[in-house]
Design a binder for this molecule. Structure first.
Ligand code: I3P
Length: 123
């Protein structure tokens, strides 16, 4: 069965500040440290920029590129005292918590990332 989606439909979200904590890198636990990141969702990737106008390939860039193929997303209430927190786990074992105080915004990002994962994971 084919899941018909127009190219890119519902798979991109441009530009919003989200609170992001990377809690594991390649399966290794990291100290939780929330940062405000300018977040951009493209069909197969979630990118976090330190600055809104940051150029992706700038030397010393703090940009983090999360590959969504094979990733898993889930709401979580036990990994943070904050509200509206969800976790993205990559297929290489990196774990990110994402959060924003606005439920509608968190839900929009959750659903956008979930669709992007589904779309980049299917063969
Ligand atoms: C952490 C910091 C985080 C908090 C975390 C604390 O302390 O306060 O904001 O996570 O709680 O350990 P520190 O800055 O000293 O590392 P939340 O805001 O998500 O609750 P945790 O240990 O329960 O994860």
């Amino acid at each position: 069965q084919h899941n018909v989606l127009a190219a890119g439909e519902g798979l991109s979200l441009e530009g919003e500040h989200l609170n992001v904590a990377k809690i594991s890198q390649s399966g290794k636990k990291q100290r939780k440290n929330w940062n405000v990141m300018w977040s951009v969702l493209t069909p197969g990737q979630l990118r976090f920029y330190k600055e809104k106008q940051e150029t992706p390939l700038k030397p010393g860039s703090k940009t983090d590129v999360v590959q969504l193929c094979g990733a898993v997303i889930a709401w979580t209430t036990d990994k943070s005292s904050r509200k509206n927190v969800f976790q993205v786990t990559t297929n290489t074992g990196s774990e990110y918590l994402l959060q924003t105080d606005s439920y509608s915004s968190a839900d929009k990002w959750y659903n956008g990332i979930r669709k992007a994962i589904d779309n980049s994971t299917k063969l």
